[in-house]
Design a protein around this ligand. Sequence first.
Ligand code: NAD
Length: 502
Amino acid sequence: MTLSMLGHRDDVGLKDGLLLIGGQWRASGDGATWTHKHPATHEEIGSFPIATAEDVDAAVQAARQAFDEGPWPRATVSARVRVLHKFSALLREHNDDLLSRLALDNGVPKTFGNIYAASVGVAADVFDHHAGWIDKAGGETFPGYQGGDKLAVTFREPIGVVAAILPWNAPFLLFAQKLGPALAAGCTVVLKPSEYASFSVLRMVELLEEAGLPEGVVNVVTGPGDPTGEALITHPLVDKISFTGSRAVGKRIVEASAGTLKRVSMELGGKSPAIVFPEAEVALAAATAMGMVTMGLSGQACIAQSRALVHRDVYDEFITVAQGVAGYMSYGDPFEPSVLASPLINERQLGRVLGYIQKGLEEGARLVQGGNRLDGDYSNGNFVAPAIFADVDNKMTIAQEEIFGPVLAVVPFSDEDEAIRLANDTEYGLGAGVYTKDVRQAFRVAKRLRAGSIGINGFQVEPHLPFGGYRQSGIGREGGRSAYEAYTELKSVMMPLTEEMM
Ligand code: NAD
């Protein structure tokens, strides 16, 4: 049977999207639109405006006015907490509808969407977590350093207008990781969803309005990097850019932000290792690493452990289990409960992934299975059978570059020092997995890895734990108190308490 998404689209009642500027939903100034094609079928699902530079300017001006004159930055703690908790409750209430919209956006199976890491529930928890900082993350009081009696205090104040730019792969979580702390701190926002996942984000914004957020506090500009994203990152009235996406666009944003010295937070790509010691539960390690490059997003996940470093003693066993996991994946209609993995997001990404597989072969890695485009019922979509490469040298392209697809590169090692050296031999540093039953070894290795999030015998993004990258995987952290603080400026105020101090 030929796969089609059009029936699901009609069941969901999906309407074409609009921009949200200063509380008004409207089309773009020049009427231009982006037509979204579903990655599983290439059918046209719907459209939304491509915001022009003038639209982006209007959105930034609205956010600026809401920040400089509006009620949100000056709201009481209880008023802000109430809106954020109401929003998280609305998210949970609309879970199924949001998952359907996500499936129509990026083809992520609804079954996977219900798993915590990618779920609406994790987004709701992130908002609840940040609502909890509003009455706690204040300034400090200091004694005078020299001289007579003094009072010195610090205030934490909202940073201003935030440009929040999202990727397409995990919009629920990343919307929350940015807007949760930004709104909790009292900032106003211009949000740019990815052009490949706008419908689910637009629905979340409607729910924010329903939760009672004042007009102009969150504005939405849809459209691609050029012209929409460029107009946003170069706008002089934006105080901070919070970006999640590819390293290449991250570098462009750092460059563009230099003009007005904007603050930047960057959550970028990775080439995270899964380090598997002979003492490990090898089946768990192989299922986790292979699961991360197949299950749900088909490896289109920043934190995927796509580079398995496996001790020679357990190498063959690891590959056998990984093969089994790859064979278990099921593809097709993301609304079907039995479907576990998604297509690649677009034809460009399909070409990139197939190109990396070819490169792996040319550089001498051994393709154990997969790596081909799926045909038959799947031939209209961007489906690729999970690829396992064995005998990979860590210097090969497939071990160094973020492929962002269903490809696992398996590199052998002989001892702990070699494993750590290989793990750190990368330009990235987002995450890593350590697989061993030896507790001292697990922490010894975790301490020596140059990466922001380490999972020992498993990994999960937690709303209250800092998440982010070393080196070219990013700047700053999301999650936890430091994320909240990243949306604030710190002001010092001091006063002599006696006349002779003057
Ligand atoms: P991308 O960089 O292509 O796009 C991300 C966003 O940037 C989109 O909204 C896009 O429209 C916008 N954009 C593109 N060019 C722009 C420009 N010149 N100016 C302003 N905005 C611009 O990334 P993607 O394909 O959507 O997502 C995949 C990447 O995201 C991968 O590298 C992945 O590792 C990374 N990612 C990182 C994390 C993390 O937390 N570290 C999480 C998810 C995804």
